[in-house]
Write a protein that binds this ligand. Structure first.
Ligand code: FEO
Length: 168
């Protein structure tokens, strides 16, 4: 049985995962508008991954007989300054998500809720991969600077991402 305190925190996390999906949909829209079709596709896959994160938690809460509530999902931006800016914002978002998940893990550990702690470790591991991937993309974009051909090449590389395979 998950404590009421942890149930509330997990429902908040569920909302954050779907909000993340929404944020990435906005990033996809921005990239498409700017002609970065590879980045747009990359963010669309990230959107799908976030929905999958939300659904994994949703299923867990159902399995644990938690009474699910679905609070409003906040709006998401569709305007960014540049390809570098949009990926920097993505990294900052993932770092904030990692912090949330670490806090949730702390609560689960304190409450000796092994099942929830175990589930959360999957998310913690996923965060390490997400932060590393976005960090590498940022490094590549910084390397080419404003060079159009460089950005075009990176965009081509981003287009090769498929669901469950981060490419870069
Ligand atoms: Fe579901 Fe990108 O964290």
């Amino acid at each position: 049985m998950i404590s009421k305190n942890l149930q509330k925190a997990l429902i908040e996390q569920l909302n954050k995962e779907f909000h993340s999906a929404y944020i990435y949909l906005g990033m996809s829209a921005y990239s498409s508008k700017e002609g970065f079709n590879g980045a747009s596709s990359w963010f669309l896959i990230q959107y799908q991954e976030e929905v999958a994160h939300g659904m994994k938690l949703f299923k867990y809460l159902e399995d644990q007989n938690v009474e699910i509530t679905l609070p409003e999902i906040k709006s998401a931006k569709v305007e960014y300054k540049s390809l570098l800016d949009v990926f920097k914002k993505s990294l900052a978002h993932e770092q904030a998500m990692s912090k949330n998940l670490n806090n949730l893990s702390d609560i689960a550990m304190q409450e000796k809720d092994h099942a929830t702690y175990n589930l959360l470790q999957w998310y913690v591991t996923e965060q390490v991969e997400e932060e590393a991937t976005v960090g590498e993309i940022i490094d590549h974009i910084k390397l080419v600077g404003d060079n159009g051909y460089g950005l075009y090449t990176i965009d081509k590389e981003l287009a090769t991402r498929s669901f469950g395979n981060p490419t870069i």
